[in-house]
Design a protein around this ligand. Structure first.
Ligand code: COA
Length: 260
C-alpha cells in the first residue's frame, strides 16, 4: 500500500499517511500527487480504517507546496492537467466518508496548505507557518486554495493572504478559522492520536452523515441542506449503533459502537 513518496501506517483503525520527500520539504511533484490519490482511494475501500491522519516527514514541513522544479517547465496544457490532478486529490480527501486530520508539523505552503484545507480537521504545531505564496512565483493557487480559503475565511482575509503571499503563524491561522487547534510541537503527535482514536470509536454512519451534511451543505441553499440533514439523520436511526448509543446513555454506561 505504501510508496516511496507516501508512507502508510495502519494501527487500531487509524491510517497515517506521511508525505515523504523531506529533502524537498515534502513538495508535491506529480508522482507524489498520484501516490497520494492512490493511497486515499485504498484507504477509502479498506473497512478496517475508520480515520486518516495526514502529515509530512521530518520536523520542518508538512508540505512546502507543489514542486516548483516541475512547475517551471509546464506548458499551459500540462499546467491545466497538473491543476486538475491536484484538485482531484484534494476533493477526494474532502469527499471521503472517513474523517481526515491534517497534522501540520511545519511549513504548509501553497499546495501544502491546499492539501491541509482539503482535510476535515487541522491541528498545527505552534512552529508551523501557513500561506499561499504562489503570487511570488508569478502564478496563483491551482489546487483549490482560492475556493477553500475563501469559504473558510471570507473574501477579506482570503484576498489578503493570496494577494500578499505572506505566510502567517499557526496562531493567526487559528484566529482566522483556518486551523482547529494549535499545540506545542512536542504535543502534536499525541494530540492528533487522541483525536483520531476518539473519532475511530464513533458510530461510522453518524460520522459519514456529518461529513456529508457539512461538506455538501456548505455549498447548498439552506432548504436543500436541511433536507440532506433529515435524510442522513434518518439513516443513522436505521443502525444498531443508534440503539446502542441511546441505550448506553439511558443505562449510564459508555457506548460500544460496532458499525452496524
Ligand atoms: N518545490 C520544490 N522544492 C522545494 C519546495 C517546493 N515547493 N520547497 C522547498 N523546496 C526544496 C528547496 O529547493 C531545497 O532543495 P535543495 O536543498 O535541493 O536546494 C529544500 O527543499 C530545502 O528548502 P530551502 O529553501 O533550502 O529551506 P529554507 O529553510 O531556506 O526555506 C521555505 C524554507 C519553505 C521558506 C522555502 O523552501 C520556500 O519558500 N519554499 C517554497 C514555498 C512555495 O513557494 N510554495 C508554493 C509552491 S506553488
Amino acid at each position: 500500500m505504501a510508496s516511496e513518496n507516501i508512507l502508510v501506517d495502519i494501527r487500531s483503525g487509524v491510517c497515517t499517511l506521511t508525505v515523504n520527500r523531506p529533502d524537498k520539504l515534502n513538495a508535491l511533484n506529480r508522482q507524489t500527487l498520484l501516490d497520494l490519490d492512490a493511497a486515499f482511494l485504498r484507504a477509502e475501500r479498506d473497512d478496517s480504517i475508520r480515520v486518516l491522519v495526514l502529515t509530512g516527514a521530518g520536523d520542518r514541513a508538512f508540505v512546502a507546496g507543489a514542486d516548483i522544479g516541475e512547475i517551471r517547465d509546464l506548458s499551459a496544457v500540462e499546467a491545466r492537467a497538473f491543476s486538475a490532478l491536484g484538485q482531484r486529490v484534494m476533493s477526494r480527501i474532502q469527499n471521503l466518508e472517513k474523517p481526515v486530520i491534517a497534522a501540520i508539523n511545519g511549513y504548509a505552503l501553497g499546495g501544502g496548505l491546499e492539501l491541509a484545507l482539503g482535510c476535515h480537521l487541522r491541528i498545527a504545531a505552534d512552529s508551523a507557518r501557513v500561506g499561499l505564496p504562489e503570487i511570488k512565483l508569478g502564478i496563483m493557487p491551482g489546487f483549490g486554495g482560492t475556493q477553500r480559503l475563501l469559504r473558510l475565511t471570507g473574501t477579506t482575509r482570503a484576498l489578503e493572504l493570496i494577494l500578499t503571499g505572506e505566510p502567517i503563524t499557526a496562531e493567526r491561522a487559528e484566529v482566522l478559522g483556518m486551523i482547529n487547534q494549535v499545540v506545542g510541537a512536542d504535543a502534536l503527535e499525541s494530540t492528533v492520536e487522541a483525536l483520531a482514536q476518539t473519532l475511530a470509536a464513533a458510530a461510522p454512519e453518524a460520522v459519514r452523515g456529518i461529513l456529508q451534511a457539512v461538506n455538501k451543505g456548505a455549498d447548498m441553499d439552506l432548504e436543500s441542506g436541511l433536507a440532506l440533514e433529515t435524510a442522513r439523520f434518518a439513516l443513522c436511526c436505521a443502525t444498531d449503533d443508534m440503539r446502542e448509543g441511546t441505550s448506553a446513555f439511558l443505562e449510564k454506561r459508555a457506548p460500544k459502537f460496532t458499525g452496524r
